[in-house]
Design a protein around this ligand. Structure first.
Ligand SMILES: [Cu+2]
Length: 293
């Protein structure tokens, strides 16, 4: 079994790791964009490269789901051949490295601690938001953040609302904070019995490990752009509000987005209001109006 080295993006300052398997959850670009180096130190020959999908995310036990009786489980062992130079063109016989694929999780986040962070981890916050994640089954299945399912308003985009000073409605799931360049903390309370890979657009977050009692790690916290929220757990995220605008925080499973598991963060609106909407963006609004007329 050749060892695999995971070299992370240098700007994150995370050292190389030696791994045998790499687990990624949906949308975890920070992992899949990393460079994987394979130490070709084995005998010249042919070796399987394997990719498996965890069965945890595919409910098929109920006729109510589109995956009912799916055959996808029958062929989840996706393979390629790593052929050393000089090896014969034969099918490999290498065995799979044991891997536990029973739960929806990702690579142990505690191994992704950066060596150093610039700026350093905020030890306090100027604004804290609490976001409680849940689902409601009746009358239809929807996902909720603080009891509200996000519904996108395509005809009055949030950027426009902020610049015009227009208000938001409950289903916008909009949370505003006006503390430019100061630290913000978000507590994600996943009340669900499922995991959700949560992503914060625009900001490079300093994520602590999910801890039931919210014990903070200020020395060297996990640094991710998409973090798996464990089932029924609390997770604290801290970052500096240095990017005025409207940004989404959401589950990275696309149909959970469709179910409404999204909030909008209105960052530093006092700064953002000073911006002018570019002409080509405004022209898109005219196209919309012509279509409606
Ligand atoms: Cu989700």
């Amino acid at each position: 079994m050749a060892s695999i080295w995971l070299r992370t993006l240098k700007s994150y300052g995370i050292p190389e790791l030696s791994i045998a398997n790499l687990e990624t959850n949906t949308g975890q670009g920070d992992i899949v964009h990393k460079v994987i180096i394979i130490n070709a130190d084995q005998q010249i020959g042919n070796y399987w490269i394997r990719a498996n999908m965890s069965s945890c995310s595919i409910p098929r036990g109920s006729p109510d789901t589109i995956n009912y009786n799916t055959r996808v489980f029958d062929n989840m062992n996706i393979t390629g051949i790593l052929r050393y130079e000089g090896a014969p063109e034969t099918i490999p016989t290498s065995e799979a490295y044991p891997a536990d694929l029973s739960d929806c999780t990702d690579h142990d986040p505690t191994t992704l601690n950066p060596v150093s962070l610039t700026p350093s981890v905020p030890t306090d916050y100027a604004k804290r938001l609490l976001l409680e994640i849940s689902v409601r089954a009746n009358p239809v299945l929807v996902a909720l953040i603080n009891n509200s399912s996000m519904v996108m308003d395509f005809y009055h985009p949030s950027n426009e609302k902020v610049i015009e000073g227009a208000g938001f409605v409950t289903s916008d799931n909009a949370y505003s904070y006006d503390v430019p360049n100061q630290p913000v903390e978000i507590i994600l309370n996943n009340t669900e019995r499922r995991t959700h890979p949560f992503h914060l657009a625009s900001e490079e977050g300093s994520y602590s490990q999910p801890l039931s009692s919210l014990k903070y790690d200020f020395n060297n916290p996990v640094f991710r752009d998409t973090l798996t929220l464990k089932e029924q757990s609390l997770t604290a995220i801290r970052y500096y509000a240095d990017n005025p605008g409207v940004w989404l925080i959401h589950c990275h499973i696309e149909w959970h987005v469709e179910m409404g598991m999204v909030a909008q963060l209105i960052e530093s609106p006092s700064e953002f209001k000073k911006l002018t909407i570019p002409k080509d963006v405004l022209e898109l609004c005219n196209v919309k109006d012509e279509e409606n007329s």
